[in-house]
Design a protein around this ligand. Structure first.
Ligand code: MG
Length: 200
């Protein structure tokens, strides 16, 4: 496992209670001891959880199914660090203009034979190019606690992590210093697709 090279395709999977909740193919930009970076081109097809009526779900309910029919709306360059409970996603529009940093609170990546798994922590921090920020999906985190999907202590740890992120944003620490906002992928890289076995 591991030892991915730039240009390799991996699967980044979200799990809820051991089951796959979403699976996104991504191109490896860097796989180094201190940082992992991935690129997802706009339009990349991925699998997402849908409820019995076919709607995309925000929280797990009994009987969700994985539909391999979602498409990444924007291209994304993401960063994850060992032992750190969030990832930073840089989003770019179709003209390659930097849109924002999207900080996804999540468990640290766990290597799998095809890539990496993690658990999404629901709360996000959205950071504009001028580094003004706002929390996203605070209500969803509260709802998850009410439904017993997260304990109050787990939710508190997620809020603490968000507070650490906000301090890094306000201090302009990398990558919130604007480094990487003009980064472009290698034009020779593939549009990634989910490899066989992604749902096991
Ligand atoms: Mg999230």
């Amino acid at each position: 496992m591991g030892g991915w090279r730039p240009g390799d395709v991996v699967v980044l999977r979200e799990r809820w209670r051991g089951r796959v909740w979403a699976a996104r193919p991504a191109v490896v930009v860097r796989d180094e001891p201190e940082v992992r970076m991935f690129h997802v081109p706009a339009g990349t097809r991925y699998a997402a959880a849908r409820g019995p009526d076919g709607s995309l779900l925000e929280l797990p309910e009994d009987g969700w199914t994985l539909a391999h029919d979602a498409r990444a709306p924007e291209r994304v360059l993401s960063f994850a660090w060992p032992g750190v409970a969030h990832a930073v996603l840089l989003r770019f529009d179709p003209a390659d203009r930097f849109l924002c940093w999207y900080v996804n609170l999540q468990s640290p990546l766990e290597p799998t034979p095809l890539g990496f798994d993690y658990v999404d922590h629901l709360l996000d921090v959205l950071v504009a190019p001028d580094r003004t920020w706002r929390l996203h999906d605070e209500e969803l985190l509260g709802e998850a606690v009410r439904r017993g999907l997260l304990s109050p202590a787990e939710a508190e740890a997620v809020r603490d992590e968000a507070a650490r992120v906000v301090r890094a944003v306000e201090a302009g620490r990398p990558p919130f210093d604007g480094s990487w906002t003009r980064w472009r992928p290698d034009p020779g890289w593939p549009v990634p697709t989910l490899p066989p076995g992604w749902d096991r």
